[in-house]
Write a protein that binds this ligand. Sequence first.
Ligand SMILES: Cc1cc2nc3c(=O)[nH]c(=O)nc-3n(C[C@H](O)[C@H](O)[C@H](O)COP(=O)(O)OP(=O)(O)OC[C@H]3O[C@@H](n4cnc5c(N)ncnc54)[C@H](O)[C@@H]3O)c2cc1C
Length: 463
Amino acid sequence: MSDLEDLKRKFKGDIVTPSDAGYADAIARWATNAVRRARIVAYVRDAADVGAALRYARAHGLPLAVHGGGHSASGASSVAGGLVVDLARFLGGVRVDAQARRAYVGGGARWGAVDAACAAHGLAVVGATVSHTGVGGLTVAGGYGWLTPTHGLTIDSLVGATVVAADGVAHTASESENPGLLWGIRGGGCNLGVVTEFVFELRPQRRTVFCGEMIFTEEKLEAVAEAVEDWYPTAGENQVIHVTLGRGSDGNPTITLLMFYNGAEADGREAFKAFSDLGPVMDLRREMTYEMSNSFMDTSFPAGQCHWSKGVAAVDATRIMTRRVFDKIMELSAPGTPMDHVTLTIEYMSQAKVNSVPSAATAFVRNRPGLGNASVQVVWDADTPELTAAARHIADEIARAVQAGELRRGGRCAESEASPERADRFARARALFGANYPRMQRLKRRYDPEIIFDKWFVVEPSE
Ligand SMILES: Cc1cc2nc3c(=O)[nH]c(=O)nc-3n(C[C@H](O)[C@H](O)[C@H](O)COP(=O)(O)OP(=O)(O)OC[C@H]3O[C@@H](n4cnc5c(N)ncnc54)[C@H](O)[C@@H]3O)c2cc1C
């Protein structure tokens, strides 16, 4: 019997190889340019399956990837010629213990499932604003959502996890058991192991919120920037605005404000009155359920296209939402260019809650530069080296045009920038984790000394 047959015999989940009918689906990813031809896709059913798959990969020298929701555009959950531990098929469940205010979430779950299960009890946790995003990748990176100004990052509500380390052994991580491991997966990426279950603390959440888009024509750019700047320092913890500069579906230059207010519609309209007074061409904001605020944009982010993103430091609105930046976006997205979509999105929300947690409390470094997340997004169809290079060039040009163009490292913004060189990745991880790097190195030495988890920001093991 071959070793693979032996693995299949012990395995409770499904094993898919290139000759199997489901192979194309097994290696598909949200971003087409993140697809890689794996040798084996192991759809795991439990922590024991993960352990068996990890041991098999190590014994056969196969490079490894872990797939949660598959939304990384950099290919961080794919591997050419290697083994993918895929959590999405069997570990996507969510169980809520309303009395204890806990959600037990499978490592391959999507945020839509979490929101729905929690909302049934009037509860919520900070999660993605697009419901098909995976819980796994978002959580181990930190996690921002509409509720961040109120409750902090997703990891600030993470109270426990089951983690399968590189040697295939499953560990419980909590404040009382392996607290160092819990510290490390709170923002440490997938350096330490495969999380088969996350345990989140839940908070009460009102049923409806006021949310939606307001669209302005380009001559309002300066006025909108000033309004954002006036509003931002006063923004309560129940308010978020995402500003997007780009072209609308008709190709016209537009400024889109995606607004979220965690409260009644009338109060939300009042809080954002300065913006309606500016005269948007369209106001699509309305009262909706909290789950809807995290899913009404799902169709705007369909799977099956190529994506490149680059993070930029978000500074004062009047310094980033400038005519120069806007014109550069228009120039690089002019009709006739091969890109479907070129945008700069800046997420304005109070960082006070996030920064109230000391940086040393989790692997995620707080007090990051800038006011919030900001990134250039480039979207196109055919996955060719020429178009990838063109997309990269466009993103670089726009980042340069952003005056304070200091590149941010880490978080969700720098995803497309993964380097194939390990030394480069070590250097980026060192910069990302800052003062937390030595502790991450010690954890890496304990849980993954041979660096089989080598995607995204890779930590070099050390004493
Ligand atoms: C449309 C869209 C909307 C988004 N919205 C938000 C948002 O509102 N807030 C936000 O903070 N981010 C957001 N993001 C960014 C998102 O958090 C990252 O892309 C994240 O990596 C997605 O996680 P995933 O599980 O789907 O990805 P995957 O591609 O499956 O994984 C990404 C990385 O995480 C690792 N990983 C995944 N699951 C596990 C696990 N269970 N255990 C260990 N490692 C794991 C993988 O190995 C890989 O390295 C969004 C992205 C997209 C494309």
